[in-house]
Design a protein around this ligand. Structure first.
Ligand code: TNX
Length: 537
């Protein structure tokens, strides 16, 4: 039982009067009783001061939920809380919860502390939305689909401290929440520098914590081919053997890639594999001579220039190669998409580029997948289902929308995670812009392109190109805290978003990021609470 005790003035007057009269034995007894009461109430009242906020609406959630209704009460959650699900389709999530919070136990009981339920039919919530009810006796997360329950858990997780070291009190109320856009993602370039399976899994966990649902893996570029293709072994024996700066590179075996796909799927994240073509292909050109128009294998490349390489677009060997690669990638990818790159093909003639993309699109559909490409593909004859990823050209985006194609927004000036925060940032580039935390946050995808209607916006994706990024510490420094802003832009209604509210919530996340040992940029635009700034770089 916890309560706060504040002695009233009347109480104190009585206390001191009795003190004066302490010669009278009987009152002395009363006095010592009152003395004991006062001291113990003050100590007890202070020791029990609740640490959690009482108002659910005051909470620090990122992304900000669509609707929060606080009811002013409290629910106590013990270190050995019980978790139950009313549908076997949720068993993966109960296991995930008990694995993420040491001490939580999965039980089969309707009155568990945390009850997960698919007992919901609300079209507003879609597949990813949820309703979280915290009452004084139970927490219930309901959704139409398991994906929604998982997102509801991520919200609840942010209402709790990261480490389970004592019982906690949660504010009661209801959250009704669902995403603004279908596609909320980040891209990781594993070609310029290679990152192993453990790093990719850590990146997936970052996305899951903020309700993002796509990891786009940039698997191939001039500096390295990073995925095993069994029918083209030299892509890995030769093409994977280096990276920017001359390091040893690396690649994922198909089994490792499938492990990544499964790990992501367990967190309701779709992997989008990118095989960048016809430019950005020096690693492939160095592995197979027949992909070069002169029939000679090119040299491996470890620099950072772009736009100098191209597959030979009028050779059948090229299409036989693309077919073999797409076939194998499609077979090991669960999601519906294959990204074919298509950016910065400056070494390809325009008509050759168009011919190439049109043919590759047919190969992608032949293997049952939908094509995505960087915005340059809007100049080709793309099918209605093809998705265009805008990184640079508003003209290409307008063209795509006119043609009825959906657009993923990755404008370099707002969403490029490899751009420096300010001119002093140790790593990163600055060709598009410096991107401080407010510039990353303060924009509206629906109105970004004057000529593209909101209906065509499929979602938002923040790419991390890794020319200057060598290890997980570097990744974290550029990704955090900007990623939280992109998660919110993709998820939350525009009406609940504003920079001042956001940066206050962001400051409150510092403790969580530290507890996860994440190396993040302490932007001077955010009041991190006067703590010593731990600048790791
Ligand atoms: C442009 S954006 C690229 C990448 C580079 C990046 C560096 C795009 C589709 N292409 O090849 O890595 O700039 O910021």
């Amino acid at each position: 039982m916890c309560f706060t005790f504040q002695p009233t003035p009347k109480f104190l007057v009585l206390y001191f009067l009795l003190n004066k009269m302490n010669k009278i034995m009987i009152l002395e007894l009363k006095y010592s009783f009152l003395h004991f009461m006062l001291v113990s109430l003050v100590i007890f009242g202070t020791a029990c001061e609740p640490k959690e906020p009482t108002n659910l609406a005051d909470h620090i959630l990122i992304p900000h939920p669509a609707e929060i209704t606080a009811s002013g009460g409290r629910f106590q959650l013990n270190t050995e809380a019980t978790v139950s699900a009313n549908d076997p389709a949720l068993n993966g999530i109960t296991d995930y919860i008990s694995a993420s919070v040491a001490g939580y136990k999965v039980v089969d009981a309707d009155d568990a502390d945390i009850l997960l339920s698919l007992d919901m039919s609300d079209s507003l919530l879609g597949d990813e939305g949820y309703r979280l009810d915290i009452s004084e006796d139970q927490i219930v997360i309901k959704a139409n689909q398991p994906n929604g329950v998982f997102n509801g858990w991520q919200t609840l997780r942010q209402l709790m401290p990261l480490s389970n070291t004592g019982s906690i009190e949660l504010p009661t109320g209801t959250i009704m929440d669902y995403p603004r856009y279908a596609h909320r993602g980040s891209m990781l370039d594993v070609s310029r520098h290679f990152f192993g399976v453990a790093d990719v899994k850590r990146y997936i966990d970052f996305l899951a914590a903020y309700k993002m649902n796509v990891l786009h893996l940039h698997l191939t570029d001039d500096q390295g081919w990073r995925i095993e293709i069994k029918s083209k072994p030299e892509l890995t024996t030769i093409g994977s053997s280096t990276e920017v700066g001359g390091g040893e590179g690396g690649f994922y075996t198909q089994a490792q890639y499938q492990d990544i796909v499964q790990y992501a799927a367990d967190r309701f994240i779709t992997i989008i594999p990118e095989i960048d073509m016809p430019g950005h292909t020096q690693a492939a050109l160095a592995s197979y001579a027949e992909l070069n128009c002169n029939g000679k294998a090119g040299e491996l490349y470890t620099g950072t220039e772009v736009g100098f390489s191209t597959l030979c677009t009028d050779s059948e060997a090229t299409y036989e190669f693309v077919d073999a690669v797409v076939k194998e990638i499609a077979a090991i990818t669960r999601g519906p998409y294959i990204h074919i790159g298509g950016d910065e093909s400056h070494a390809t003639q325009k008509e050759d580029y168009i011919y190439f993309v049109n043919r590759v699109q047919k190969i992608v559909s032949k293997y049952g997948k939908t094509m995505i490409g960087w915005d340059e593909i809007a100049q080709c004859e793309i099918e209605k289902e093809t998705i265009v990823q805008q990184w640079n050209s508003a003209g290409n985006a307008a063209k795509a929308a006119q043609n009825g194609n959906k657009i993923i927004l990755s404008p370099a000036t707002r969403t490029y995670l490899d751009m420096k925060y300010d001119s002093t940032t140790r790593i990163g580039l600055d060709w598009a812009s410096l991107i401080e935390v407010n510039q990353a946050y303060n924009w509206n995808p629906d109105t970004m392109n004057a000529t593209v209607a909101a209906d065509f916006i499929h979602g938002v994706e923040a790419p991390l190109w890794t020319e200057t990024v060598e290890n997980m510490d570097d990744i974290e420094y550029l990704v955090f805290p900007r990623l939280l802003g992109y998660a919110e832009i993709g998820w939350s209604p525009q009406t609940v978003r504003n920079w001042d509210g956001y940066r206050t919530r962001l400051a409150a996340h510092a403790d969580r990021l530290e507890a996860e040992d994440i190396n993040f940029y302490r932007s001077p635009l955010v009041d991190w609470g006067g703590k010593d700034s731990i600048e790791h770089l």
